[in-house]
Design a protein around this ligand. Structure first.
Ligand code: MLT
Length: 259
């Protein structure tokens, strides 16, 4: 993509995808928000999908710089901002840089803490391997059991195929850049504690990457958050069971409107 907005002339809603996928993660969610009147933007970024491989040194701040400049280029200076997993890390970086632009914050299947040293080392090893192999194919088997819930893996072969295809087609340079950026990301607890606006914290209850206990901690850190756990769903909630995710996002975006 696609710096295009779909839908109505209402408030802008920006949806940031996870690693190592692309804006199609939101295909089951964006049309419902658009039909509810919101102006929905689903960018590719960090070299995934149709976005260019970043030239800046890897960091979540560079993701935020890029996204803020592109939104400004679209004339969008105030927006509801939701990100899923890596999208949540990018959203938290935008919150640090430009809190005045965010009218509602949505954190889906994500974490507010920085990586442990082991997690950082694993990311840097993946970055090396993907560049050496010149392909992200190995990540399909490595990541699918973590990205998709058990029920999705056994009952939704179409979703398994879709996500496998997205991962396999991710460009090695994007995978390496994003892993290095995520490895370097800071803890966001203080930023979330300082955010005064309406927030949604949502995750699958079978998310093994950002488990329910982490979602409860995030919701408790924010001053005005609703917490939704979607039953029988893993880490990629937006594609595993889009309907309840869309419904929660419509309600959340509605909270940004004047009463
Ligand atoms: C994602 O879904 O974006 C990744 O699992 C995030 C991460 O590796 O921390």
């Amino acid at each position: 993509m696609t710096d295009q907005a779909i839908g109505g002339s209402g408030p802008a809603v920006v949806l940031l995808h996870a690693f190592p996928v692309n804006h199609h993660l939101w295909d089951g969610v964006a049309p419902a928000l658009a039909a509810a009147g919101f102006r929905v933007v689903v960018p590719d970024y960090a070299g995934f999908g149709g976005s260019p491989i970043p030239t800046a040194p890897p960091s979540v701040d560079a993701m935020a710089d890029d996204l803020l400049a592109r939104l400004e280029g679209m004339g969008i200076t105030q927006f509801c901002l939701a990100g899923l997993s890596m999208g949540g890390y990018a959203a938290m970086a935008i919150l640090r840089q430009a809190p005045e632009r965010i009218t509602a914050l949505g954190l889906l299947d994500t974490k507010m803490a920085a990586d442990t040293e082991e997690a950082r080392d694993r990311r840097l090893a993946v970055a090396e391997r993907v560049l050496t192999e010149g392909s992200a194919q190995f990540l399909v088997d490595a990541m699918l059991p973590q990205l998709l819930g058990q029920r999705t893996r056994s009952e939704q072969p179409d979703v398994v195929d879709l996500v496998s295809g997205w991962i396999a087609s991710a460009r090695p340079q994007a995978v390496a850049w994003a892993q290095r950026a995520m490895a370097a990301r800071p803890d966001s607890t203080a930023d979330l504690a300082a955010y005064p606006g309406p927030a949604l914290v949502l995750a699958g209850d079978d998310d093994v990457i950002s488990p329910p206990a982490e979602q409860e901690r995030i919701a408790a850190t924010l001053s005005d958050a609703d917490l939704t756990l979607v039953p029988g769903v893993g880490h990629l909630s937006a594609i595993e069971h889009p309907e309840p995710v869309a419904a929660a996002l419509i309600e959340w975006a509605g909270r940004s409107l004047p009463a």
